[in-house]
Design a binder for this molecule. Structure first.
Ligand code: CUA
Length: 336
């Protein structure tokens, strides 16, 4: 079970943004680093200079240096100068906040916004696809978010993404550094997050608010697909679950077990909403919220004893027989 290959060579740097809000944050970071860097070099420079210059102490009989205690001009200067610096930083931060927190109800003119509700769970992500350029969607998926890439040169092909962030249990935080800043998912309220990019690819992120035992393994995967590829993905996700008679044994085993209390498979009696929707499980690349690659062996290990793979996770082992495990894996692997 390799975790390394899921992360190797993946870029999580805030200094390599591919979307407007992440660019604004990088610009702000450079500005703050520059200002604080100059102050640091100045203060440390004077400190180090004095440490070496005066390390032997004054010669005998030397006069005291001039005393400036209570000097009004100096007091005013070293109060006003930091005040002014802080004020300028506050203005720049406010401007960045303004750029990053756009109103989700006023997308760019002629754009086709995608709207998705993100629900944080201990310890996975639920994605409810609400609408695509005004067309109602209404399917649910988990852990791997697919969005379309924009074409900035054609006004009709801009595809901003608006996320509504909610939580089913405790506070979580959605953070995909190359796309946007952090935004918390707070029980009982809705936050919003926006990004738009023309760079296709996979962008990784991570829950950024401690949320319990498996917080560190609440991984984010955002696939920015070329428009045609995204349309294809959307069409597949809107289809009901595959119903292959060749795996009816596994389907029956799945439906007769407690799996159905937590998981949903569209078109079957499995209607649980506590765990990830499995209608198109096999169209994903990973399992257990981006923790392990989606392979039959990994899925089998996972179902056999989830606690061994992700200790503390809310799915228990059900003591299935080896045959039942094989059948259920056979069934789930047909859910493309
Ligand atoms: Cu969810 Cu940390």
């Amino acid at each position: 079970m390799s975790i390394g290959c899921l992360w190797a060579a993946e870029n999580l740097s805030i200094f390599d943004p591919v979307s407007k809000p992440a660019e604004s944050i990088r610009t702000l970071t450079y500005f703050l680093l520059a200002v604080t860097g100059v102050i640091f070099v100045l203060v440390e420079g004077i400190l180090v200079y004095n440490v070496f210059r005066f390390r032997h102490g004054p010669p005998d009989g030397a006069a005291e240096p001039p005393q400036v205690y209570g000097s009004n001009p100096i007091e005013i200067a070293w109060t006003a100068a930091p005040g002014l610096i802080v004020f300028i930083m506050a203005l720049v931060i406010a401007r960045t906040l303004w750029e990053v927190n756009v109103d989700p109800h006023t997308p760019p003119k002629d754009s086709r916004p995608l709207r998705v509700t993100v629900i944080g769970h201990q310890w996975w992500w639920e994605y409810v696809y609400e609408s695509d350029g005004g067309r109602k969607l209404g399917f649910t998926t988990a852990n791997e978010l697919h969005v379309p890439a924009s074409n900035f040169s054609k006004p009709g092909e801009r595809r901003p993404v608006y996320l509504t962030l909610q939580s089913a249990d405790v506070c979580h935080s959605f953070w995909v550094p190359r796309l946007a800043g952090k935004m918390d998912l707070i029980p009982g309220r809705s936050n919003t997050l926006w990004f738009e990019t023309d760079q296709t690819g996979l962008y990784l992120g991570q829950c950024a608010e401690f949320c319990g035992a498996q917080h560190a393994k609440m991984l984010l995967r955002v696939y920015v697909d070329a428009p045609e590829k995204f349309e294809g993905w959307l069409k597949d996700q809107e289809k009901p679950a595959v119903d292959d008679p060749a795996v009816s044994k596994g389907k029956n085993a799945f439906l007769s077990r407690s799996c159905v209390n937590c998981h949903r498979v569209d078109g079957t009696s499995a209607r649980g909403t506590y765990g990830p929707d499995l209608t198109h499980l096999w169209s994903r690349q990973t399992l257990a919220s981006g923790m392990i690659l989606k392979t039959r062996a990994n899925l089998r290990d996972w179902i056999a004893d989830p606690q061994k793979v992700k200790p503390g996770c809310l799915m228990p082992a059900f003591g299935l027989s080896a045959d039942e495990l094989d059948w259920i894996v056979d069934y789930l692997a047909t859910l493309r």
